[in-house]
Write a protein of this length. Structure first.
Length: 660
């Protein structure tokens, strides 16, 4: 039986597009799992397994990546690319829930073995040995296959470390592509349409993006069925409406291959699922609850508590966000300096990462080490050390000079004056930079000219290599090196030019997706006022893009962030003496959609610090960005290990005395 907590985790881990098939899979014989309505609740959430996809960026990423993986050429900079890594990591969550047949939230050796068999295929032709693959996972974490289980964190970390050249990774990628293109049930059960499918779509919908437009569509569909305007609809009304209105046919997801008789049976079964109170009538509330996901099921992170939680004490490498975590507009956050001092005195390591797109790590270091400056930070009373910080601007320059943008590329670069991005480029690869055609502004006529190159490049990339012929057209890209404080000369003409480029297939390269940045006003000392961040403009411009695989973000939480900024931070930790083991590294930040997401994608721990943009109460808004821990203040992070050990020893002594 799936309890309420597991149901919530299932909704979180699987995603909107897959939950229907997952529910059907759990209903198949032999899994010992069934869904039960109610659990003492008066609403329909328990039976309908409704899940919040309203602001689920990762479920949208999965659907986008699935389409891109099947239809689009791979990025040139990596094979398989970071998109493949993200896709595998997301589908891994689905695989974990499949394997967890006893709903224990961890996996025994037999469960891991069965999962490996399923991933490799039931035909026995997998290129890796399922038993060896399962044992390798237990060996990685020094686990006894007979006594110890693999936790979800272990599982996610193992796959994040998996070499992309291994047969297991390749099989996972194929498994992921098959799931998203054919459906979970078909992939794992031979594609047979059963009665389970007809009842499995409750509470989640592939079209549900949580928008007002979706809710309006659901309301309109009910009104089309309710021809008598009684406030209730019966089976015959629903069946008639499905045959008449395409909107309702889409909502009900009637399989096109069904005969008229089978389609009617399908509709009757669907009606019974929606009719929670078994009244043979569906009212507006039942209809809306069925199609619009519930938002009250996202699990909350554990509080950071080293005294009670040994997992906290395993962390020896800390990666800190800067704005909202180490400092704020008015200066250093109280306790930040003491925190870094504690890390150094404890023999641990740390690195600072900023999602700024307008300054380099050298500028960030100067900001933190300037004597008497507003942001001066002196761990252990000394000047802030070098080799401890990196920015999204640095990460983006690394990406742009990694070979992704070939010589002769045409770039429209928007950045504040004196941002230093040109100097950063030249330091990495002056020859490549000087080969590019770089513009800092653009009119509509030039955009139209460049759009033809963008379209030609797109068509060239989509043409099989053996029949391309000729040289490649120049790559065209729009590039952001700013934090949202756009220049006063950003005119409608410039926005028009950007729209033209992106609509014709130009790439969109930007540093971060932070929607806002904080600011202060002395007249309101207790208030932080939001300013536009780069993410606000990014989301606006994405609306005109037809090709989602042509967006590249190297900052924390971006689709390239794992490779170009988190890995760099881990290298900085290793340079200080850290082992680099991901289960001993934690990122600390104040945003779910950047800091916490970055930790999840990299397979490291994460801690939401509630001194900045987000608080733990906002978890429902970010259902796939679940932190490992949460802390109210950076002052909560340090602890006295010797005192904890002494207290534990004292408790042990007491227990022995009582026993004697």
């Amino acid at each position: 039986m799936i309890g309420a907590g597991v149901r919530g985790l299932l909704r979180l881990l699987v995603g909107t597009a897959l939950l229907d098939d997952v529910v059907a899979f759990f209903r198949l014989p032999g899994h010992g799992i069934r869904l039960c309505p109610g659990h003492g609740r008066s609403d329909s959430a328990a039976i309908s397994l409704q899940w919040d996809s309203a602001v689920n960026p990762m479920s949208r990423v999965i659907r986008s990546l699935a389409s891109d993986t099947l239809q689009s050429p791979k990025p040139e900079y990596d094979a398989p690319g970071e998109d493949d890594r993200v896709l595998v990591m997301q589908i891994a969550r689905t695989a974990f829930m499949f394997a967890d047949t006893d709903s224990s939230l961890d996996l025994s050796f037999n469960e891991v073995y069965e999962m490996m068999v399923r991933i490799g295929g039931k035909d026995g032709n997998q290129k890796f040995n399922a038993d060896e693959a399962a044992q390798a996972m237990f060996i990685r974490f020094d686990l006894n296959v007979d006594e110890v289980t693999v936790t979800y964190d272990n599982f996610l970390m193992y796959l994040s470390e998996l070499d992309t050249d291994t047969e297991l990774f390749k099989s996972l990628l194929v498994f992921a592509q098959d799931i998203l293109s054919k459906g979970v049930l078909e992939r794992l059960n031979g594609g047979v349409l059963t009665e389970n499918i007809r009842k499995s779509s409750q509470g989640s919908h592939v079209l549900d993006d949580g928008s007002q437009a979706w809710q309006d569509s659901v309301e309109a569909a009910f009104d089309l069925c309710d021809v008598t305007q009684s406030g209730d609809i019966c089976k015959s009304q629903l069946i008639e409406a499905v045959t008449r209105y395409p909107l309702i046919n889409q909502l009900m997801r009637v399989p096109v291959e069904l005969s008229k008789k089978e389609a009617r049976e399908y509709m009757v079964a669907m009606f019974d699922v929606i009719d929670v109170d078994l009244s043979d009538q569906v009212d507006r509330e039942e209809w809306t609850k069925y199609f619009c996901a519930s938002r009250d099921i996202v699990p909350r992170a554990d509080k950071w508590n080293p005294k009670e939680n040994s997992d906290c004490r395993k962390i020896t490498g800390f990666i800190f966000d800067c704005d909202g975590t180490i400092y704020q507009p008015s200066g250093l956050i109280p306790g930040a300096e003491e925190m870094l001092t504690w890390i150094q005195e404890s023999g641990y390591q740390y690195a600072l990462l900023s999602n700024t797109g307008s300054t380099s790590y050298e500028s960030l270091h100067k900001k933190l080490s300037k004597p008497g400056g507003l942001y001066e930070c002196r761990p252990e009373g000394k000047t802030f050390p070098e080799g401890r910080c990196y920015t999204a601007a640095d990460a983006q320059v690394d990406f742009m000079t990694s070979g992704h943008l070939p010589a002769g590329s045409r770039l429209l670069v928007l950045a504040p004056e004196n941002s230093g991005w040109k100097e950063m480029m030249c330091e990495r690869n002056r020859e490549l930079y000087e080969s590019w055609d770089v513009r800092l502004d653009m009119d509509v006529d030039t955009a139209k000219e460049w759009s033809q190159h963008a379209r030609a490049r797109l068509e060239w990339e989509e043409t099989p290599a053996e029949i391309r012929g000729g040289s490649a057209p120049p790559k065209v890209a729009l590039i952001f090196f700013h934090d949202g404080s756009v220049a006063t000369d950003w005119s409608f003409v410039l926005f028009n030019a950007m729209t033209i480029l992106l609509s014709f297939g130009a790439e969109f390269i930007y540093t971060a997706e932070d929607a806002t940045n904080p600011s202060i006003d002395e007249r309101y000392p207790d208030t932080d006022f939001p300013m536009p961040g780069p993410g606000m403009f990014v989301e606006m411009l994405k609306k005109c893009m037809l090709f989602s695989d042509r967006c590249f973000c190297s900052g924390k939480g971006g689709n390239l962030g794992r490779k170009f900024i988190i890995e760099r931070a881990i290298e900085m930790l290793k340079a200080q003496g850290h082992s680099g083991s991901r289960d001993e590294i934690m990122i600390v930040g104040d945003r779910f959609d950047t800091d916490i997401r970055a930790g999840s994608l990299a397979g490291i721990k994460s801690c939401l610090l509630e001194t900045g943009t987000h608080t733990i109460e906002m978890s429902d808004k970010f259902p796939t960005d679940i932190p490992s821990f949460a802390a109210e203040s950076i002052l909560d992070l340090p602890y006295d290990l010797s005192a904890i050990v002494e207290e534990v020893e004292t408790e042990d002594d007491i227990s022995i005395l009582v026993y004697d």
